[in-house]
Write a new protein. Structure first.
Length: 216
């Protein structure tokens, strides 16, 4: 029962629709009615500009980090698992809340930023590696969706390699959750994957710096 309360709190925290709130505050619109229709930082960036997009990114990541670090500090009595496991479960509940927000008709984002926030709090090194892969992908291809997919796949791989080769001690549940999170996010990007395969996915040419270098 105590764990269930923490998970509900984490879900409700993750369900706060940052993109919808920012869209209403900045331009009086619901960003889900424009662009890709997604309630995430990328669509907010496209619809409202980079400042609004970065604000949503920070808020969405903050939800995941707060759920993994602050919510477990709330004491409802005895909990059935260790602190690292509780942190992982609370972070996952926040991701689910972000994707299926009760406050916004269960139409949320794809969970990348909130999942990244959770993992930054729990496993910062694999996330730093994932951010590097995301940045390299953006540099080469300029597609947020492709960068997100590659980055999220890299997390469980990094966890295994760090445990085996660098003496890290990441909890086995973290590996399982990161795999499940990767599959979940890939599933949410299925339409993007189809567009990537057919060469129709939107890109952000301004971040493909190699193009600028070649055209100098």
């Amino acid at each position: 029962m105590n764990l269930a309360l923490l998970l509900v709190i984490s879900y409700l925290l993750g369900a706060i629709p940052a993109s919808v709130i920012v869209g209403k505050a900045v331009r009086g619109i619901d960003v889900r009615e424009y662009g890709s229709g997604n309630a995430g930082a990328t669509n907010t960036w496209r619809v409202l500009g980079w400042k609004a997009g970065m604000t949503v990114l920070a808020l969405d990541a903050g939800k995941g980090a707060a759920a993994a670090t602050l919510v477990p500090l709330i004491h409802f009595g005895h909990l059935p698992f260790t602190a690292p496991v509780i942190a992982i479960l609370c972070g996952l509940a926040a991701v689910i809340g972000h994707v299926f927000p009760v406050y916004a008709g269960f139409r949320g984002g794809k969970g990348v930023a909130t999942g990244a926030g959770m993992l930054i709090a729990i496993a910062p090194i694999p996330v730093v590696i994932a951010i590097g892969i995301f940045g390299l992908s953006m540099f080469l291809f300029g597609m947020v969706s492709l960068g997100s997919i590659l980055a999220v796949i890299s997390v469980p791989i990094s966890i295994v390699l760090l445990n085996l080769l660098a003496g890290a001690h990441y909890h086995p549940l973290l590996f399982g959750i990161s795999c499940a999170l990767a599959l979940f996010i890939i599933f949410n990007h299925r339409a993007n994957i189809v567009r990537i395969v057919h060469g129709r996915e939107r890109s952000l040419p301004q971040v493909q710096l190699w193009r600028r270098i070649l055209h100098r």
